[in-house]
Design a protein around this ligand. Structure first.
Ligand SMILES: Cc1cc2nc3c(=O)[nH]c(=O)nc-3n(C[C@H](O)[C@H](O)[C@H](O)COP(=O)(O)OP(=O)(O)OC[C@H]3O[C@@H](n4cnc5c(N)ncnc54)[C@H](O)[C@@H]3O)c2cc1C
Length: 394
């Protein structure tokens, strides 16, 4: 059995690992000339770390990750703690797996290092897909082709494979952009930042910071409103002064973090409405290609890891003739959950950005009410879920 994966992001590389584990031959084709992740940090919740551990990655992950003490929500102007949910040992006791903060290139390197050499081919941009009853032929920009029984489009929010299957459709602009930055931790030593995931909520904006790179850097994401995003590229260099101006009246600690960065990137924040289908015949989508979502649940990459495990479980026992049905089963299992997370991420955009007033006070009262309980239990549907166990039940 031979699968081709288009795209060597977090989703594509994880799918390569899960398929190899089930005995498939795998080739990954990536358009970029090197494996790289744009952006800085990423949060990986226990619903994905427990899966990555099953790939034998517990130790390499632990070495590069930060295990945050708590997830806290704070008020924008005075830093008042609105809610604090313990992670670290509490998370592991509750869900049996850690919550991690990781520097994206480190995560990609851990995944790539676990693959045998020769699996990933760089500089191969997929520009054509054609399938018949037995298999799928993929064409690349440089004129080469490759053939396999199954093709997985893990090629991100702009997915060529999605467009080839279902036609063109523009992604949905959220009305927000994100300033992202990475500050060497020693520059912020005077702030004595705890090893938390800190989300500051304010009118039309929010700001998140946490340590990555085994504590070497503080990663930040500042989400602000924007009328439109007309820059050609998905991301662009942003001025530190502009980021500071966006958070002009906010708490000095947060402004100190922004001021300490050498440069920021600006990202237009987009998602897509849920697709009707994720697969056609022998071709299926995975990760952002299937369910691009806003980052307000910190789940995009996590969901792509869940996809990869379900995909491999569904294909594992499928005879060649029943591989299309196996892909339909993968889609049926994954779509409801990924769609729920997509919707919740959109909803968080509204909740996080409430202007000061009655609705904001209600939100903050709700957050305060969770203090003293184990609020992680409210996230059990997300963090406690084991997708491999789900496949066995369906
Ligand atoms: C500000 C921000 C913060 C975020 N924070 C989190 C977080 O904390 N936790 C989390 O889980 N998620 C987070 N996300 C979401 C996460 O980054 C994405 O969901 C995740 O990277 C998607 O992975 P993917 O492998 O599906 O796609 P991508 O990472 O987009 O990878 C797709 C790959 O396919 C390649 N490719 C594209 N087209 C072709 C082609 N035609 N031929 C060959 N190769 C091609 C691309 O070069 C790329 O390498 C965040 C996103 C943003 C914007």
């Amino acid at each position: 059995m031979h699968a081709i994966i288009i795209g060597a992001g977090i989703g594509g590389l994880t799918a390569a690992l899960t398929l190899l584990r089930t005995g498939w031959k795998v080739q990954v084709f990536e358009q970029a000339s090197e494996l790289r992740e744009v952006g800085a940090g990423i949060q990986i919740s226990p619903n994905a770390t427990r899966l990555l551990h099953r790939l034998g990655l517990a130790e390499p992950l632990r070495r590069v990750a930060v295990r945050p003490v708590a997830l806290e929500m704070r008020r924008w102007e005075n830093g008042a703690v609105l809610s604090r949910q313990l992670l670290a040992d509490v998370c592991e006791a509750t869900f049996g797996a850690p919550y991690y903060h990781v520097y994206r290139p480190d995560l990609l390197a851990v995944l790539a290092a676990a693959l045998p050499s020769g699996i990933v081919t760089l500089g191969q941009r997929c520009v054509g897909i054609e399938q018949d009853e037995q298999g799928v032929e993929v064409a690349f920009e440089n004129g080469t082709t490759a053939r396999a029984e199954v093709v997985i489009g893990a090629d991100g929010i702009h997915s060529f494979v999605r467009e080839a299957l279902f036609g063109p459709e523009s992604p949905h602009f959220s009305g927000s952009i994100a300033y992202r930055g990475l500050v060497p931790a020693e520059r912020l030593a005077h702030l004595q930042l705890e090893r938390n995931s800190s989300a500051w909520l304010g009118p039309e904006r929010h700001f998140v910071h946490y340590y990555v790179g085994a504590g070497r850097f503080v990663n930040f994401v500042g989400v602000v409103p924007a009328q439109d995003w007309r820059v050609e590229s998905w991301s662009a260099q942003g001025e530190v002064a502009d980021a500071l101006a966006e958070f002009a009246d906010w708490h000095p600690q947060l402004r100190a973090i922004i001021s300490a960065v050498d440069f920021t990137n600006r990202w237009g924040l987009y998602d897509r409405d849920p697709l009707q289908r994720w697969s056609v015949g022998r071709v299926a989508l995975l990760g952002d290609a299937a369910h691009a979502m806003l980052p307000f649940m910190a789940q995009g990459a996590v969901q792509s890891i869940e996809d990869a495990f379900v995909l491999a479980r569904c294909l594992h026992a499928a005879a060649p003739a029943s591989q299309p049905e196996a892909l339909t089963r993968y889609e049926m299992i994954r779509k409801p959950r990924a769609t729920q997370v997509q919707a919740q991420a959109r909803q968080n955009g509204t909740t996080f950005h409430l202007v000061d007033g009655e609705a904001q006070r209600q939100r903050d009262a709700h957050l305060a009410a969770s203090v003293g309980t184990n609020p992680l239990l409210a996230s059990a549907w997300l963090y406690g879920h084991d997708v491999e166990a789900e496949v066995d039940q369906v």
